[in-house]
Write a protein that binds this ligand. Structure first.
Ligand code: PLP
Length: 483
């Protein structure tokens, strides 16, 4: 593709994306594709001869679009938001256009140094402690996901717990990881990858009301495991659990970790970015004093296109000890001089994209005040929705939302719990099949609850109000059907 062809098609693509985002509301939120439908519409083999780019765009329109669930639809309320924005898309495009590979400082100094700047900026905006900054003993890095961040934290924790021997000797003895029933499944996956096995993922009790990890139960379990010869490596506390945004008591958990010399990782994948608002910074109580590592995802709620997950560590030495491998072909004077950061040592892959560009573009376009306004809008809309749910006798609000997630269920009076849960899932399926909105579910307090996560880039009050009207209407219709 010549520069002139690129210019022409690039304009077409940017126009196409602009139109898509402007009209995304006209699509059903959840794709109506049947399994295999998209694949069947595509040729069995790659084309032998090149095709015009227009043909690609036409197939995006004809085949790909109907096979999409529209995460940027303002009535997408499922999972957690994965919001994108103009500056993030353009930042990502710049990254693709530059095509640099930032595995080491020397392979593209600006790629590394911009990343250092933006992760330090964000540490400042979120009120994270000074030791997490790159000019302190620790530092931050952009990962592809909070799952990778958890794995990296665990590998660093294992390095520390083994006295630095794990890299050479592998795991000797029984190393354990502590989570709660509400911890994201990424931690169990990390344990498997790190060689701990799921059996050494120890599940700590939660408070049945708040679903937050019980520090007394953690203390008892740690003591018992140690007495039985286990080597506790890491505790993962969650700030904003996936099911209900429960917040584990980080300070109390941190005290237990300190008593036992165990690494404390704080997974704030969704909720952490909310600390950009001073009034929400209490979410991170205890992080400054106790956390060894902390992760949050701008690609969830901070207007930054997937993938952009941040990880900070308070001490980079165990992380580098766990992950630095230096083959001859990567040796260079800058790295040997020790005055540069080589982010290849802070992640699983060697190669890395220039992800900092999109986060930099977002931070500069919105400014901290624009990002705060986005978070506050989501929090306010969630509070309004919770008021409506609480005022409706047909529904049960799980709890007052802390952030942008509202969990609720229909009351289904007279129905046994199991039948009521089935009916709640049926209501969700009906709603999602209708295409006007999309929401997901979780189990909380032993019951199926519907989750409406508010925080999409384009979501306004009217979308939330329409969604709630829709839920009530479909619920009434289902009640009649079930009579
Ligand atoms: N941790 C928590 C608390 C989450 O809610 C999620 C995803 O929703 C994750 C981890 C996994 O995030 P990622 O998709 O970035 O790996």
């Amino acid at each position: 593709m010549s520069p002139e062809e690129f210019r022409r098609h690039g304009r077409q693509v940017v126009d196409w994306i602009a139109d898509y985002l402007a009209e995304v509301e006209s699509h059903p939120v959840r794709s109506r594709a049947e399994p295999g439908e998209v694949r069947r519409a595509l040729p069995d083999a790659a084309p032998e001869h090149g095709e015009p780019f227009e043909a690609v765009l036409a197939d995006v329109e004809r085949i790909i679009l109907p096979g999409l669930t529209h995460w940027q639809h303002p009535s997408f309320f499922g999972y957690f938001p994965a919001n994108t924005s103009g500056p993030a898309i353009l930042g990502d495009l710049l990254s693709a256009g530059l095509g640099v590979q930032g595995m080491m400082w020397v392979t593209s100094p600006a790629c590394t140094e911009l990343e250092t700047v933006v992760v330090d900026w964000l540490a400042g905006l979120l009120g994270l402690p000074g030791r997490f900054r790159t000019d302190g003993p620790g530092g931050g890095v952009i990962q592809d996901s909070a799952s990778s961040a958890s794995l990296i934290a665990l590998l660093a924790a294992l390095h520390r717990a083994s006295g630095g021997r794990v890299a050479a000797e592998g795991l000797r003895g029984r190393h354990t990881l502590y989570v709660s029933s509400q911890t994201h499944s990424a931690l169990e996956k990390a344990a498997r990858i790190a060689g701990l096995g799921s059996a050494n993922v120890r599940v700590v009790d939660v408070d049945p009301g708040t679903l937050a990890m019980d520090p007394a139960a953690l203390r008892a379990l740690l003591a018992r495991d140690r007495a039985e010869g286990a080597v506790p490596a890491m505790v993962c506390a969650t700030v904003g659990t996936t099911a209900t945004t429960a917040v584990d008591p980080v300070a109390a958990i941190g005290e237990v970790c300190r008593e036992h010399g165990v690494w404390l990782h704080v997974d704030a994948a969704y909720a952490g970015v909310a600390a950009i608002c001073p009034e929400l910074r209490g979410l991170n109580d205890g992080v400054a004093e106790y956390a060894d590592s902390y992760a949050t995802n701008p690609h969830k709620w901070l207007l930054t296109t997937f993938d952009c997950g941040l990880l900070w560590v308070g001490d980079r030495a165990p992380l580098l000890g766990a992950l630095s491998v230096l083959p001859e072909f990567l040796r260079n004077a800058a790295s040997a001089g020790g005055s540069v950061v080589d982010y290849r040592d802070w992640q699983v892959p060697l190669g890395r994209r220039f992800r900092a560009l999109k986060l930099w573009a977002v931070l500069r376009w919105y400014g901290a005040e624009g990002l705060r306004a986005h978070i506050r809008a989501g929090v306010a809309l969630a509070a309004e929705l919770a008021d409506r749910v609480a005022a409706d006798p047909e529904f049960v609000l799980f709890e007052r939302p802390r952030l942008g997630l509202v969990c609720f269920r229909p009351a289904w009076p007279g129905l046994p719990a199991e039948d009521a849960d089935r009916a709640t899932l049926r209501l969700m399926e009906t709603l999602n099949a209708g295409g006007a909105l999309f929401l997901t579910h979780a189990r909380a307090g032993g019951r199926v609850v519907l989750r409406m996560a508010i925080g999409g880039t384009a979501t306004e009050r009217r979308h939330v109000e329409q969604a709630w009207d829709h839920v009530r209407r479909e619920h009434s219709a289902l009640k009649v059907l079930m009579r």
